[in-house]
Design a protein around this ligand. Structure first.
Ligand code: G6P
Length: 606
């Protein structure tokens, strides 16, 4: 969602701001803008197109202090007037990520004080509020701090003033923001990838922090206004890791990075024969011994990973598990189990609903919390007692791929640790061996790419698709359907195959391709009967079948042979062809694969 970049240097910062915005494009946006201070004037450029268009519009803009923004519309349509930065009386300019909940009340008050509003956004109130304090003779820092006290909701902010070319104020509460520390220049951004061309030394700001940034220095104040020191960290993310290289799209690159993402995730956590609870944090062993059930909370693709884990946790570890969509859980009156382990899953670690669900669980006394996340220092990681960092590397494509399969790996490790603690892990060495073999097994599935690319040609003209799976592969069918709809805009639904006759069979005809995940497991024979039900109604079947399933090709039955069966880890392998299928169908349709319409990578608002 919205992305922020700010820079202060002794050189023109416009190219830095534009490059940063381009690198934040993956978060999702529908308009963009920047403002610089030039000769004690604010020079603002905004556009409803891509960052490239903003770049051509700002070819003549120059300044050594500036803030920039990509906006994903919440309050008010995507339009120039609603695009950030927002200004107050040509003096204060603001970029904002988050939602101000009490903006209507503030807007009414500021209007009565004579402020004119030019947008429909919640953000504009922030600009006017800061302006009202600034005009009373307060410093920019104090004006921002005072204004923040009146705001309810979430924000990451960058603020500059026309008559103050030496300071940039930034603040965060509920939305991510970090400081980039350069030599004789400093920066702010929503995430580190935006700043990699200029610095890899970053300070992750904490909740409530306000920072006065100058060229050579910065001062950080905590939520109570007290000056604080925050550690400078050297980001492990390399500039190369966020480059496209020889791939056509980030999604394709990230699909292909899965073998290395999985082995990196396993690298530091499991030696050749065993695993220990310590991989989830120093307190994990003690915490795990207290818990009697698991509650998994997540959104989107992460939710599907949680659904797979439920099968593993109950079957292998013998521990009761529920999985709930975070946006539902947070508003539902549920019965807390104080001995549950609450597991929050998120690639970004900043999904607003997942964060709120975690806080809701904690407020109800459920203190045993574990975050599984792909971003170090993310809000979710910091708010949880235990943590596990997947090492997928930066994921730029909006449709999640390698973050999903590494989440599955993390959840499998969790299953093994809990099973071991409960004395149920008789085959530990075999499981560890299977995990270690996973990267090469995934690579073999990736080698099916040309075959899947050809297959995809048959989907491009379809308007609907049905995905089927059973058991722990039902969530994989859901994930396959989600990938297809996200990037190709084909309406896709997924069902547990046993549910076919309770409704979706009515939809099946020659125009409805039915894609089935067919692992060689205990449900295979049942699945085969379900596929017959489809075939008998003239449905065209595409079956991703493990070796030895004995499902043969026939008229209307297309079998795509998977290289090997991976037992409990089979969901990881079966995910790959469905990712590739969605990718190649989207290519056929010519959609914007990495930045599908209306979607965002980091959903930092509800
Ligand atoms: C967005 C992304 C999805 C992601 C979901 C949850 O919708 O586009 O790819 O699965 O958010 O995000 P999280 O960061 O919490 O995993």
């Amino acid at each position: 969602m919205c992305g922020i970049v700010g820079a202060m240097a002794q050189r023109n910062v416009v190219p830095i701001l534009l490059e940063g915005l381009q690198r934040l494009e993956y978060r999702g946006y529908d308009s963009a803008g920047l403002v610089v201070v030039n000769d004690k004037m604010l020079e603002r450029v905004r556009s409803t197109g891509r960052v490239k268009e903003l770049a051509s519009r700002s070819a003549d803009t120059q300044g050594q202090l500036g803030i920039a923004h990509t906006r994903w519309a919440t309050h008010g349509a995507p339009s120039i007037k609603n695009a950030h930065p927002h200004q107050s009386r040509d003096m204060i300019a603001v970029v904002h990520n988050g939602i101000i909940e009490n903006y209507e009340e503030l807007r009414a008050r500021l209007k009565s004080e004579g402020y004119e509003f030019t947008s429909e956004t919640d953000t504009e109130v922030i600009a006017h509020l800061i302006h009202s304090h600034y005009m009373h003779g307060n410093s920019l820092l104090v004006s921002v701090q005072t204004a923040l006290k009146e705001l309810e909701g979430a924000y990451a902010l960058g603020v500059i003033a026309a008559d103050n070319p030496n300071q940039l104020i930034c603040a965060r509460r509920g939305s991510p923001l970090l400081l980039g520390v350069g030599i004789g220049e400093n920066f702010v951004a929503s995430d580190v990838s935006a700043l990699l061309p200029v610095t890899n030394r970053v300070i992750y700001l904490e909740e409530g922090d306000v920072v006065e940034v100058e060229r050579e220095s910065y001062r950080i104040f905590d939520a109570h206004g007290k000056p604080v020191d925050r550690a400078v960290q050297v980001s492990e993310i390399s500039n190369e890791s966020v480059q496209l290289g020889n791939y056509r799209h980030y999604m394709q690159k990230e699909i292909h990075e899965q073998p290395s993402a999985i082995s990196d995730t396993l690298e530091s956590v499991c030696n050749s024969t065993s695993i220990s609870p310590g991989i989830f944090g120093a307190d994990a062993a003690a915490t795990f011994s207290e818990v009697n059930s698991i509650l998994i909370l997540a959104c989107g693709t992460s939710y599907h990973a949680g659904m797979v884990a439920r099968y593993w946790l109950e079957e292998i570890a013998g521990i009761q598990c529920t999985v709930e969509i975070a946006s539902e859980y947070r508003y539902r009156t549920s019965v807390p189990n104080l001995n549950a382990l609450v597991v929050v899953l998120s690639q970004s670690g900043e999904t607003a609903d997942t964060m709120a669900a975690l806080n809701h669980a904690k407020d109800m006394g459920q203190g045993n919390t574990l975050a599984i996340c792909n971003v170090p220092e993310s809000a979710l990681i910091r708010a949880s007692k235990l943590r596990f960092l997947t090492r997928a590397g930066p994921e730029i494509g909006v449709a999640s791929t390698k973050a999903f399969t590494t989440q599955l790996v993390a959840l499998f490790l969790l299953t093994l640790v809990l099973a071991k603690q409960r004395g149920r892990l008789v085959q530990e060495t075999e499981f560890v061996h299977a995990l270690r073999h996973l990267p090469s097994a995934v690579q073999k599935v990736l080698d099916m790419e040309p075959q899947i690319a050809t297959l995809a040609e048959r989907f491009a003209s379809k308007h609907h698709a049905l995905f089927l799976g059973r058991g722990m592969h039902y969530p994989i069918a859901l994930e396959g359907a989600l990938k297809l709809k996200e990037i190709s805009y084909i309406h896709a639904e997924a069902y547990p195959a046993g549910e076919l006759k309770h409704g979706p069979l009515a939809l099946v005809d020659k125009d409805m391709p039915v894609i089935s995940v067919a692992p060689n497991d205990t449900l295979l024979e049942k699945l085969k009967s379900n596929l017959q039900e489809v075939r008998a109604r003239g449905g065209e079947l595409y079956v991703f079948a493990d070796a030895d399933t004995l499902i043969s090709e026939s008229d209307g039955v297309n079998v795509i042979q998977m290289p090997e069966h991976a037992g409990y880890l089979s969901p990881v392998l079966h995910t790959i062809p469905l990712q590739l299928l969605a990718y190649y169908v989207a290519l056929q349709k010519g959609t914007d694969v990495d930045k599908p319409r209306n979607l965002a990578k980091s959903v930092t608002v509800e």
